[in-house]
Write a protein of this length. Structure first.
Length: 255
């Protein structure tokens, strides 16, 4: 493997078979940037680090290839897929199209305990920022967003969780590149995000599903437009722009 020579292997979990262990471990290391975009993957080294044979490893890598996280020739060499702004555009277009609908479905069903849990995740993000714990921040961030849509149905939730995981790979590289030692710009971005998270939470607590969905759309829009302006010197992603316009029109017409 190039660029990254080690992967983070979780503590042994006897409930996982070899394929699932390899799939989850490598996927996590790709998504969090431990295995960097473009890194060449040595199947021999991976099998040794995971303590498994190459047969289950190959099956795990095939699953990762179907997700677009690795590419190459299985008989020669594989590499971690490079970051691609067009892919990021499509990921956010899918989130913007699906997540507001899921929020409108979930918010009216939120009980007091779920609202308290959402609030605890926003507080958790604040605490993680204060202690420079970006892993903790990401965990609470993910749980907050997925909690807003968790009652929309299992299939929708699985799709949103997958989209979240893939979009996090881009955010870590493009927005949180200095997450180990955040600089002023990163702190400012996180602070703005927290203001938006608080507004989204307030709308959810009040049971205003349409407002909550609209604020979520604006939140996602700000993120993707920052990335495109900085990385591609253009503020308007192509597919996500269509999703934003469609979703905002739906939000406005339903108020």
């Amino acid at each position: 493997m190039s660029k990254s020579t080690e992967i983070v292997v979780p503590e042994d979990d006897h409930s996982l078979d070899a394929v699932e262990l390899a799939y989850r471990t490598i996927r996590s290391n790709v998504l969090d940037g431990t295995l960097q975009p473009g890194s060449v993957l040595s199947q021999v080294s991976l099998a040794r680090m995971l303590g498994i044979s190459r047969t289950p490893l190959r099956e795990a890598l095939r699953q990762l290839a179907s997700e677009g996280l690795v590419v190459g020739d299985f008989n020669r060499r594989l590499r971690v897929t490079e970051l691609d702004l067009e892919d990021f555009d499509q990921i956010y277009a899918c989130r913007i199209a699906l997540e507001p609908m899921a929020i409108r479905s979930t918010v009216p069903l939120l009980d007091a305990s779920r609202k308290e849990l959402l609030d605890s995740h926003v507080d958790g993000m604040d605490a993680a920022m204060a202690s420079v714990d970006m892993t903790g921040f990401r965990d609470h961030h993910r749980a907050f967003h997925l909690g807003l849509s968790e009652l929309a149905g299992n299939r929708i939730q699985r799709t949103l969780a997958d989209l979240w995981d893939h979009s996090e790979r881009y955010r870590l590289s493009y927005l949180h590149a200095d997450h180990a030692q955040p600089d002023v710009a990163l702190n400012e971005r996180l602070a703005v995000s927290q203001v938006e998270h608080r507004a989204i939470l307030a709308a959810a607590v009040e049971g205003d599903a349409n407002l909550c969905a609209s604020l979520l759309i604006e939140h996602l829009q700000r993120t993707i437009e920052i990335v495109f302006e900085e990385q591609a010197q253009r503020p308007t992603p192509r597919v996500a722009r269509v999703a934003i316009d469609t979703s905002l029109h739906t939000s406005t017409s339903e108020r």
